[in-house]
Design a protein around this ligand. Structure first.
Ligand SMILES: [Fe+2]
Length: 401
């Protein structure tokens, strides 16, 4: 009888577990359903707007909930939603991008991203599946701060030519106190060939997201290696997603950053590009934009003007076509405009080019194993190059213009 009771009790417990499991199925389904694969990450933070990008593992619609950083619980009220749309239609996509507009300069905002699976879309009938969102319950909500030209001083960090070496990327960031910098710039060639939807994430973005890209202003200046491969024409699905161009300006504190896209290093006719590139015309078009930038009030009122570009100029006998184009097309609008410093990469070695006939400002070429850190203080831009171990290998200051 006692044994029968034990068996019945065991049977009851077993049934209860099955019952509870069935009851919890929707929850388990939620957990096993759509997932966020990468991100979210900040794409382009400016003074009045910021773009957020994230990737889900299933075709989905996406949106951002935004809240001021005012000490209230994220759950205290329904937060406004900003949808990933194109021409008024919510995009069904794996990758999502939302530009948050009408933001105030120098202000912190909290955010949460969502993706809801789209199971089918036929005629006027859309069937939706599970929803996934970033965690604001067990973790502090993600937060970013908009740039602000009224901020008295600022600091930044430049890295380049990482070529998918995540260990080097992490070491350089940590040994150059990336957490203390207002902004981080990647000056190109972070990957070697853009061949797949995972290339940028495996190459450097998953590391960047883990360390800073969800919450700190950072900017990607394209290198020539990001122009290569069958996925290269999809660059703007990942970076500068809501921008008209991959060349742009960014204002923070007393500095105006002019970020250029120097394109490929060989001529468009080279066998390596299989006739698929048109960078000569692209650089001509960019030079026209650059003239407008130099003539703008934004340019004139900035105390410092820093140019960031992947390929440095060169016009010596051994210079390649791309660098000659930089010399002939992109330098003239900048010459005599009052540039403090141009920072480049591409050469995989440190170079410092003093002002000369083609440019009246110095050019600092950062190697592939060092970082450039800079901060403004009392009318001076203090610039250092740090090696992999954080040792200063170059140090110079530049006065306000
Ligand atoms: Fe390069």
């Amino acid at each position: 009888m006692r044994n029968t009771n034990i068996i019945m009790t065991k049977h009851f417990i077993h049934s209860a577990i099955i019952f509870m499991t069935l009851m919890l199925c929707p929850t388990l389904g939620w957990a096993e359903g759509i997932k966020l694969l990468h991100g979210p990450y900040l794409d382009m933070v400016q003074e009045n707007n910021a773009t957020i990008v994230w990737v889900a593992d299933k075709p989905s619609v996406g949106w951002v909930e935004m809240a001021p950083d005012d000490g209230t619980d994220f759950y205290s009220v329904a937060r406004p939603k900003f949808h990933d749309t194109n021409i008024g239609i919510k995009r069904t996509s794996l990758i999502h991008s939302v530009k948050l507009t009408n933001l105030k300069p120098g202000t912190r905002y909290r955010y949460r991203v969502y993706a809801q699976e789209v199971l089918s879309h036929k005629g006027a009938k859309v069937r939706y599946g599970d929803v996934v969102a970033t965690d604001v319950y067990n973790k502090k909500p993600l937060c970013f701060q908009t740039n602000d030209r009224r901020q008295t001083e600022t600091s930044f960090l430049v890295l380049n030519d990482i070529h998918e070496r995540n260990d080097v990327l992490e070491k350089l960031l940590k040994n150059s106190s990336y957490k203390d910098k207002d902004m981080i710039f990647y000056a190109g060639d972070m990957i070697s060939h853009f061949t797949h939807d995972t290339t940028v994430f495996k190459g450097f973005m998953d590391t960047s997201i883990k360390l800073f890209a969800q919450q700190k202003s950072w900017y990607f200046v394209r290198g020539n290696h990001e122009t290569r491969g069958e996925w290269a024409n999809r660059f703007q699905e990942y970076f500068c997603t809501q921008q008209p161009h991959l060349y742009f300006t960014v204002r923070q504190g007393p500095i105006l950053f002019i970020c250029l896209d120097t394109g490929e290093d060989k001529a468009d006719t080279d066998i390596e590009y299989a006739g698929i590139t048109d960078y000569d015309n692209y650089r001509t078009e960019q030079a026209r934009w650059l003239k407008e930038v130099v003539a703008s009030n934004e340019f004139k009122e900035a105390k410092y003007r820093v140019v960031i570009a992947h390929m440095p100029p060169a016009d010596t006998q051994d210079a390649w076509h791309g660098q000659r184009e930089v010399t002939n097309k992109l330098l003239p609008p900048l010459n005599k405009a009052g540039i403090n410093l141009m920072i480049c990469g591409h050469m995989h070695e440190h170079q410092y080019i003093e002002p000369n006939d083609s440019h009246d400002y110095p050019i600092l070429v950062n190697s592939n194993n060092s970082s450039v850190t800079a901060q403004t203080k009392n009318g001076q831009l203090d610039v250092k190059v740090l090696d992999l171990n954080g040792k200063t290998t170059f140090h110079k200051t530049y006065s306000e213009r």
